[in-house]
Design a protein around this ligand. Structure first.
Ligand code: KG4
Ligand code: ZN
Length: 333
């Protein structure tokens, strides 16, 4: 099935073409240069940039894949969650294209797209699996199963306050790192001493599957003024604490369900530190970790194609006007 995917949920304008789960092209036009001076995404700037770039990005994805609109079997666009102004640009562009060319259209949940990014490029769809999304806006753990009518997500817990990406970006900003701080924090953490500062593990031993990272952010800022530690050592200690929190929840859910594999996804899953430390700790508990290729951890449209491939065939095509609206607060799992 030849699929065109479009994602404009936040600050990257993305389009991709896949053949089932094989990527034929993937174009991600970053807006980092527009927002970095503000230390975060400015929604109005983001939607204006999507508006002027979407047509060129989709055309490039089609030409890189050596395909034309007539050859597409399905068009998929992110319906939500995300910034409403940004979503409306890509979603309506793709919907208009599908209606004009009489091609089936599917509205995708951006977060489910992140989960499926692990299946791109021939990694195989091992389901059921546990799922952990760690992105700039979300931290969520759940179970992914294959049912007769498509793939199903069972949400088991999420952060009560900051997402892991938010913790990283906010502490990085405090230390004067460029936005988004993730890759810089990761490099510092990989070179640092994770035993330099012992941060209390938030919610350790507490029943359930919630996370909390805002107290850890305050503890980091306090340690930076009170301890004689280099930033690299502080970040290594912080990321080690994050890894422990994530591993504890995954281990508990694996014990409860008997499912001993987990799909990591979201921008923070690109972290070399977390890949190494979470992967090793989970392996010693008999749990297999799968990480998407680094380029497909952060926002992209190939993962939106994967949503169409895995979800759409078992479902009726969206055909009522109400089902065709973008949804900034699309429900999760
Ligand atoms: O999934 P994503 O691209 O956007 C959202 O949907 O939120 O995730 C962005 C987040 C940011 O917080 C960014 O700092 C973080 O992913 N990030 C990383 C790395 N690359 C991006 N965090 C740690 N290590 C990285 N290499
Ligand atoms: Zn995302």
């Amino acid at each position: 099935m030849r699929i065109l995917g479009v994602d404009t949920s936040c600050d990257d304008t993305s389009a991709a073409v896949t053949d089932d789960l094989t990527i034929l092209s993937s174009v991600v036009l970053s807006q980092t240069e527009l927002h970095e001076g503000f230390g975060g995404v400015v929604p109005e700037e983001a939607s204006r940039a999507h508006f002027s770039r979407i047509d060129g990005v989709v055309r490039k994805a089609l030409s890189d894949a050596g395909t034309t609109i007539d050859e597409l079997d399905l068009i998929v666009a992110t319906r939500g969650p995300g910034l409403l102004g940004s979503l409306l640009v890509g979603y309506n562009y793709a919907r208009g294209l599908a209606l004009a060319a009489s091609i089936p259209f599917y509205g995708a949940n951006h977060l489910f797209g992140h989960v499926y990014s692990a299946f791109l490029g021939g990694a195989g769809e091992e389901l059921p699996s546990l799922s952990l999304i760690i992105s700039g806006g979300h931290t969520a753990i759940g179970i992914v199963t294959r049912e007769a009518d498509g793939v199903r997500h069972d949400f088991r817990g999420g952060t009560l306050d900051d997402a892991v990406g938010e913790l990283i970006d906010k502490t990085g900003r405090h230390c004067g790192l460029p936005w988004p701080a993730g890759p810089h924090v990761d490099n510092l953490a990989l070179a640092g001493n994770k035993k330099a500062v012992r941060f209390t593990r938030p919610l350790r031993g507490r029943a359930g599957y919630d996370f909390s990272f805002s107290g850890l952010k305050s503890a980091f800022l306090r340690a930076r003024t009170e301890e004689q530690a280099e930033d690299g050592d502080l970040f290594a200690s912080l990321m080690d604490c994050v890894a422990d929190c994530l591993v504890e929840r995954i281990r508990d859910l694996a014990d409860e369900t008997g499912i001993r594999r987990v799909l990591f996804s979201g921008g923070v899953a690109a972290s070399g530190f977390l890949r190494e430390h979470c992967g090793r700790k989970l392996l010693s508990a008999g749990i297999k970790s799968t990480f998407p290729q680094r380029a497909f951890c952060t926002d992209n449209a190939a993962m939106i194609c994967a949503c169409g491939y895995l979800e759409a065939p078992g479902r009726t095509w969206v055909d009522s006007a109400a089902d065709l609206e973008a949804d900034a607060f699309a429900s999760f799992f």
